[in-house]
Design a protein around this ligand. Structure first.
Ligand code: CTP
Length: 403
């Protein structure tokens, strides 16, 4: 944000234009954003300049194009680091397979990728490429890596491509890209001033220094919820069991191993406005933890006495510092709604999202949940865990605006 933007409250989008046939559509995106009073600073890759001229981009953005990392003239106007920091949001449009690959692997070999590496602003990418290039495992692996790091994908969509083939790979429409960016600005204040606690991932209960008891859980759903809450402007503390996921931007993370650690960390964070318990907490642990590895065949396994772990969600629901909104999850393998209804009442949480885990949700990108509250049940569509997180956060925002 520039000094003038700060005074006028104007939001600034850094538009990184990649080198593809769809580059000319970035001009329409710039025009639509400016029409809605957003400032648009253009950055072009060298390849982009083969598809659209700097003059066209400058005319539609109303600002000079930045394109060279090693230009003393451009650096003297604004350094690449200041440029990276000047944006409220960065949009890469069109994002080519090459640009996505360079972003995924942290290359900084031109101004566009350097700015993308140096920024702390949310990054949106609108890919456009041939369907085979989009479907190629290399591009898909780069997409997954980038998504895990919090990069938002807008499209691509299905349709006919410039090369004559049909399939997934067309740039999303300029209207769709603009709407998504504008909505994200609107969402970014919904939960400002609120603090949320999210538990995520599994817990691991050591049996001895080598073995442990745990549950299936990748942490993806909990991390997506923490990320969506932070994007809505909330302060978020994420208490996570052992998972290999990066911490979402603007989220404070506390790593724990056992259910007892998770309980202690949770209670130390109260009071908060809301808690979302997504963790797959191990219900049991062994009464004692062997100091040495239990050797096979030398022990009567009945010495492994199991005891129940504390129920973190139920304890928070009955705590004097109970948050205004407590949301639980239910992992069920049968009688989904019957068990979920019982669970919600037994634990005392306000809302519960019920999951049929036999449908194979562990480690998957998609999920299907039923939402239960005092009024009944809503069956949400099968969608990505990120979309479920956004749907939940939207509901949470409505709740906090009504109380
Ligand atoms: N939960 C918790 N502490 C536990 C067990 C579960 O906080 N010791 C929370 C989970 O994070 C989730 C909800 O309670 O939000 C339900 O978890 P789930 O595993 O579905 O149910 P359990 O309580 O373990 O009950 P059961 O195993 O009998 O289905």
């Amino acid at each position: 944000m520039t000094r003038e933007d700060e005074v006028s409250g104007k939001k600034r989008i850094l538009l990184v234009i990649g080198g593809g046939i769809a580059a000319f559509k970035a001009l329409e995106v710039a025009r639509l954003l400016r029409k809605k009073s957003y400032g648009v600073t253009p950055v072009m890759t060298e390849a982009a300049q083969a598809f659209v001229t700097k003059l066209s981009v400058e005319t539609l953005c109303g600002e000079a194009v930045y394109s060279d990392l090693l230009s003393a003239d451009q650096e003297s106007r604004i350094s690449h680091i200041a440029l990276a920091r000047s944006a409220d949001i960065i949009l890469v449009c069109p994002a080519t397979a090459n640009l996505l690959a360079r972003m995924a692997h942290g290359l900084a070999d031109d101004l566009a990728t350097t700015v993308l590496l140096a920024t702390t602003a949310p990054i949106y990418v609108a890919p456009a490429m041939n369907v085979r290039m989009w479907e190629n495992p290399a591009t898909q692996a780069n997409r997954v890596l980038l998504e895990q790091r919090g990069v938002h994908f807008i499209g691509p969509v299905e349709g006919e491509m410039a090369c004559g083939e049909f399939g997934m790979g067309r740039l999303a429409s300029p209207e769709m890209i603009t709407d998504i960016l504008i909505n994200s600005f609107a969402r970014s204040h919904l939960l400002q001033g609120r603090h949320f606690l999210v538990t995520a991932g599994p817990t691991c209960e050591p049996i001895d220094p080598v073995r442990y008891i745990s549950n299936h859980s990748s942490g993806l759903q909990g991390f997506a919820i923490a990320e969506a809450l932070a994007q809505a402007g909330a302060a978020v503390t994420l208490i996570s069991g052992p998972v290999s996921l990066p911490t979402p931007a603007n989220v404070r993370r506390i790593n724990v191993v056992t259910a007892r650690d998770m309980l202690e960390a949770t209670l130390s964070c109260l009071p908060v406005d809301g808690m979302i318990a997504v963790a797959a907490v191990s219900d049991w642990r062994t009464e004692t933890e062997g100091q040495e590895k239990l050797k096979k065949g030398r022990h009567d396994l009945s010495i492994l006495k199991m005891v129940e772990n504390p129920d973190i969600l139920a304890m928070v629901c009955h705590h004097d510092k109970r948050p205004a909104l407590v949301v639980g999850f239910a992992a069920e393998t049968e009688k989904l709604l019957e068990h979920a209804r019982e669970k919600r009442l037994k634990k005392g949480c306000d809302w519960l999202l019920a999951n049929d885990v036999k449908a194979g949700v562990f480690g998957k990108d998609h999920n299907q949940v039923s939402f239960l509250d005092d009024h009944g049940v809503e069956n949400w569509p099968s969608e990505s865990k990120k979309d479920i997180a956004c749907r939940l956060v939207q509901k949470i925002s409505t709740y906090f605006h009504q109380i």
